[in-house]
Structures are given as C-alpha cells and as structure tokens.
Ligand binder design. Structure first.
Ligand code: CFM
Ligand code: HCA
Length: 530
C-alpha cells in the first residue's frame, strides 16, 4: 500500500479531506496538481512560521544598515535575533546593526492604552544611539489588534529626523504563513527604496535577488560572479543594504535565487524599470554551471563567455576529487527535504549529483507555482487569506525605465532554454514516485520516517531531534547546522562533506541497543536440559 494512504487514513474525515489535496505521489504521466498556500487545519502541529517572520525575519531584517525595530512584545524580536544565520559585515562605508535586537518591548499596559508613545521613543533612541540612514518598523500581532498607526509615526519620524523610516504592517496573523510577510516586505522596498538612488549604470551589472547569505552563500556566489567580471549592484537582502538597494534599478539583469520570497520585486522591477529577470540557481555544480552559462548568453559578449568557461573549469577542477569521494560514499542513498520554500527544490539537483535520490519533499509555504511552475499562475484561485495581503501595481517610471533586451531577443533566449521570467518549479527535478507533502506537520514527519526510512532527512530545528532520535541522520537546511557556505562549487563540496559525515558517523551502528541484537548473557534455566 502507498505509505501516503496509510498516513492520511489515520486522520478524521474532515482533516483527511483537507490533507489529501496537500499530499500527493508524483506520477510523471500526470499533471500532478497540489494544493498550497492555504490555511493550516487548526490543531495541526505545522512547521510553518508567521507573517512577521517572513517580513522582518527573512526579507527586511538582513538589511545591515537599517535599524529594524520590532514593535511588539519582546519574544517576537528575540526569536528573530540572529537565529537565521544571515551573515553580514559592515565596512567603512556601511554600518551593520545585525548584532542588535531593537524592540519596543510592549507590556500589558501598552496593549491596553496603546503603544504609539513607546514606538516614538524607540525611534528617538535608535536615532540618537545608532545614527542610521534608515529605520524599519515591523509590527507583531497585538499592534494590529489594538490599531497603533505605525505608518503615521513613520511619516512623522521621517520629517523630524530627516532619515528614511519604513513601516511594515506584518502582524504575524496576516496571511497563512511567512509568505505573506515576504510580499509585504517586497511591496515596501518597491514603494520606498528601489529607484531612489542616483548612481550611474555600470556595464554587466546584476542584482542578486532572494539570496540571504545564510552561512555565507551570498558571499560565495558574489565571489564567482566577480571573478567572471560581473558587477553586483545589490543583494536582496543577504548582507544587503538600504544604500545599495536604492540603486538596484540601474542593473542590467535581476538574478532570482529564491523565487518564493522575491518574485514580486522581480516582476515589478521589470514593469517599472525594464530590468529583465532570470531564474538562476547557485546550489549544486550543475545548476551553477547552467546559471552562469545562461547569464553569459543573456549578455552575449565573447569575452564574458570565455571568462565564464574559464572560471567554471577552474572551480570545477578544484572540487572534482572531493565530490567523487563523497559520491562513492553516498551513491544509492535516499533523502527527504522539507524547508520553507525554494530550497526544497534547489537541493534536489545537488543531491542528484552525489547519487542521492529525494523520495520525500515539500515546502512549508511555497505556492503552487513553486511546485508546478509559473505556467499555473493564472489558474490559482485567490481566497480570503491571500486577498488579505496587499498586491500593488506599478507602471513605467518615466525617468528610469529602459528596455534592456527586446521581446524578440527574450523569446530567442527562452527558446534556447534560458529561463527569462520563467520558473518551472520543483516538478522539473523531482523523481517519479516521490511523495510530496505541502505544509508538512510533525505527525506526518514521524509517520513518513517510519514507512520510507530515508538515509537522511533535511529540515529545520523544530523536527531535527525527533528525526535523529528515530535513528535517521538529520541536517538542517535552514541554518546549515551552523556550517556553510553551500552555494556554488566550493559550497557544494562543503555540503557533500557534511552529508557524507552525517551518514557515515559510527553512531548509527549504536542506535539499536546491544541486547536487542544479541543476548548479553547466555545460560540455561535451572532444571532444564541444556
Ligand atoms: Fe527563500 Fe530562504 Fe527558502 Fe524563504 Fe525561510 Fe530561509 Fe527557508 Mo528558513 S527566503 S523560501 S522564508 S530560500 S528562512 S533563506 S531557510 S524557510 S527554504
Ligand atoms: C523562519 C526562519 C527559519 C526557521 C528555521 C527552522 C530559518 O521561518 O522564521 O525552523 O529551523 O531559516 O531560520 O525558516
């Protein structure tokens, strides 16, 4: 029997009806439609996070020169303080506030009488202590419930201090997951930051979108891009800055790593400034090579293409031996991957290049297009929850709009397999017969572990130890278990070494108690014949 049916059969009929749309087995001959981005069944221990986590924790928090104030009780700010490992470094031109956790620390009396005074005071203190060029305010649940007007306070503070003050109404309960928070953050950056700088365009310049520099991934990607000769105008938002994002409209091309969290900005920048966008993936040597070659095709310059090939050859040679020895250990193993969004797709290819098949996968909060590809976008029905998140429309900017490539040139690139404004989703890489679970929960994790027994399970901190205690190796694909980088070529080797180590560590021989394998004492009961 299909393990999927065994697991789902244990639910009540109401829960079964909901979950069966979110848990499917991939059948290559079929369209493989999945339900996603809908409300979790109340009472289920989902692995999802909240809207505030998506806005402040994921997109806005990493901006190093922005002093971000969490307006709410202290727990929310504390939770989002450095746990995501989005690394950042300040330098002589850019301050870095990432080490700090700024919050209004709302108390019960503020909930009853309003927290606006406290927020004004917090902004004043942040200005006096840190002298930032930009402050961001991120609201948590109670702020929305009591109605503090953070937008009016931001406008007033802008006047008072002569700096940029961004306000995000990203209360945790908005939307169904972190995803709503990404959208709110994208809207805010688009409305207030992107396009406000006056830098001159530079040749072969790109923005790296949806790269958050977890474990240094963004730095590794930038290193490779710079070696080839690209100029990185801004990174959104890992080790990114308000200062750089202001000028992001001057880039020739947007490179989209995490489609889920940033596709809104990519689309809006195309409409408003004419910046083309391309789906790239710098996880895994094969995907990295394809992405670099796609970029070279886009720019269509013989010298850039030559450098691309030279850098690929050098970087690949440096990891070849290491990758081969890890592959020798890992070939034939199976894996499960559950992360929030894009990474569950991106790592499938890297694992394949190590001989590991993904038998179980899913997103916490990906949308149907992240599974099925952007072609299904027009068929996705809006519901009350998705309508709750503002969707803004932009038009051509009369001063800054510039067509990069003509529609014919873009079509030619698409015909040659370059994903211009295209994303095919997880389905393009997942194997036939794999089980996909959207918005996975703890019960299903434990059940699928029992039936599928993957050799390794990639997920996050909430389930890591349940997995390890069940005798299966676990690696965190959010925080990289405090390792990394995993991007590009060198990163792929770091990943391969970590996975090989996790699977081969001798502890797995000790999972079964010795007395369950063979008796510790031998003998016979008195009076019986031996
Ligand atoms: Fe994009 Fe991310 Fe992810 Fe994401 Fe996240 Fe993250 Fe993630 Mo954790 S932006 S969707 S909201 S790739 S924090 S860096 S690891 S769940 S798969
Ligand atoms: C978040 C952040 C998170 C959590 C990771 C985890 C991250 O969703 O709020 O559950 O282990 O990457 O830090 O996704």
């Amino acid at each position: 029997m299909d393990p999927r049916d065994i697991v789902l059969d244990k639910y009540s009929s109401k829960v079964y009806k909901n979950r069966k749309e979110h848990v499917i087995t991939i059948n290559e001959g079929e369209p493989n439609v999945i339900q996603a981005d809908t409300r979790t069944v109340p009472g289920i221990m989902t692995n999802r996070g909240c809207c505030y986590a998506g806005c402040k924790g994921v997109v806005i928090g990493p901006l190093k020169d922005v002093a971000t104030i969490t307006h709410g009780p202290i727990g929310c700010g504390f939770y989002s303080w450095g746990t995501r490992r989005n690394k950042a470094k300040g330098d002589e031109n850019t301050k870095a506030f990432g080490e700090y956790c700024l919050s209004t620390d709302m108390q019960e009396t503020d909930i009853v009488f309003g927290g606006e005074k406290k927020l004004k005071q917090a902004i004043k203190e942040a200005v006096e202590i840190f002298h930032p060029e930009c402050i961001a305010i991120a609201s948590t649940c109670p702020v929305g419930l009591i109605g503090d007007d953070i937008h009016a306070i931001a406008a007033e503070a802008e006047e008072l201090y002569g700096i940029k003050v961004l306000a995000f109404s990203c209360e945790g309960y908005k939307g169904v997951s972190q995803s709503g928070g990404h959208h709110i953050a994208n809207n805010g950056l688009m409305k207030n930051v992107i396009g406000t700088g006056d830098a001159e365009p530079i040749k072969y310049s790109v923005n790296l979108l949806g790269e958050y520099n977890i474990g240094g991934d963004g730095w590794e990607t930038e290193r490779i891009l710079k070696r080839i000769g690209y100029h990185v105008v801004s990174v959104m938002t890992g080790d990114g800055s308000y200062d750089a994002i202001k000028n992001s409209h001057t880039a020739d091309l947007n490179l989209v790593q995490c489609h889920r969290s940033i596709n809104y900005i990519a689309e809006m920048m195309k409409t408003k400034y004419g910046v083309d966008w391309m789906k790239i993936n710098f996880i895994g040597p094969e995907a990295t090579k394809k992405s670099l070659r796609d970029m070279a095709r886009y720019f269509n310059d013989p010298e850039l293409s030559r450098r691309t090939e030279a850098v690929i050859a050098e970087e690949e040679a440096a990891i070849a031996e290491g990758m081969a020895s890890c592959k020798a250990v890992l070939a034939g193993k199976t894996a499960a991957i559950y992360v929030g969004g894009s990474r569950s797709h991106h790592y499938i290819n890297l694992l394949k290049s190590l001989g590991v098949e993904v038998v179980l996968a899913g997103y916490e909060f990906g949308h149907r297009d992240d599974y099925e590809g952007r072609e299904v976008l027009d068929t996705i029905k809006k519901d009350a929850d998705s309508k709750n998140i503002e969707s803004i429309t932009v038009t051509k900017d009369p001063d800054h709009y510039k067509e990069r490539l003509s529609e014919q040139e873009l079509m030619a690139l698409r015909a040659a397999g370059v994903p211009m404004e295209e994303y095919s989703g997880m389905w393009e890489d997942i194997m036939d017969g794999a089980i996909i679970t959207d918005d996975y929960n703890h019960f299903e994790t434990e059940e699928f572990l029992k039936y599928l027994k993957p050799d390794i399970f990639f997920s996050g901190i909430k389930d890591k130890f349940v997995i390890q205690r069940s005798g299966v190796a676990s690696r965190q694909l959010h925080s990289y278990d405090y390792a990394g980088p995993y991007a590009g070529f060198k990163g792929a080797l770091n990943f391969a070494n970590d996975v090989a180590m996790a699977i081969t560590v001798p502890v797995w021989d000790m999972v079964q108690a010795p007395w369950k394998k063979e008796p510790l004492l031998e003998g016979s009961l008195g009076g019986m014949e031996s």
